[in-house]
Write a protein that binds this ligand. Structure first.
Ligand SMILES: [Zn+2]
Length: 147
């Protein structure tokens, strides 16, 4: 489990959790890592800081800062929040699997019953949906996803 501070091409700082650096690379390449402020998928890793939130004293430097040490207890809380969020999504929305983009579009254009859905989308799908003004967000990745 890795916590990355990320920055989008608009300069928004946000963060995300990934099973490992390869998982991050894969998702970033696939456009699944979107800015929480503007939904841009042009994002970059900012600083690697497992354990110690450093937002207040972050400096705009290109190098990666890394911190060794035990995890902050807030990590556990964040994990729980993400689990709760995902549970909420999964129990209140319909899993449409790989038809996510198609269904999201239909709902947006009132071609089908309005309801919550979740599923899989390719980077191009997600980008196209956002460009069409359809609000979509990635579901947080949890450590158990890697199991
Ligand atoms: Zn942004």
């Amino acid at each position: 489990m890795i916590h990355y501070d990320l920055v989008c091409d608009q300069g928004h700082a946000f963060d995300g959790w990934f099973s490992n650096s390869a998982a991050y690379d894969k998702q970033a390449r696939a456009g699944l890592v979107a800015c929480t402020h503007c939904s841009s998928t042009k994002v970059e890793k900012q600083i690697m800081a497992p354990g110690i939130p450093s937002k207040s004293n972050r400096k705009p430097e290109a190098t990666q800062r890394m911190v060794a040490g035990p995890a902050d207890p807030r990590l556990a809380q964040m994990m729980q929040l993400m689990r709760d969020y995902r549970k909420h999504v999964e129990s209140n929305a319909e899993n449409v699997g790989n038809k996510f983009a198609e269904e999201a579009r239909k709902i947006h254009y009132n071609e089908t019953e309005a309801r919550g859905i979740y599923g899989n989308a390719t980077a191009d799908d997600a980008k196209a949906l956002i460009e069409e003004g359809i609000e979509v967000h990635p579901i947080p990745i949890l450590p158990e996803d890697g199991n």
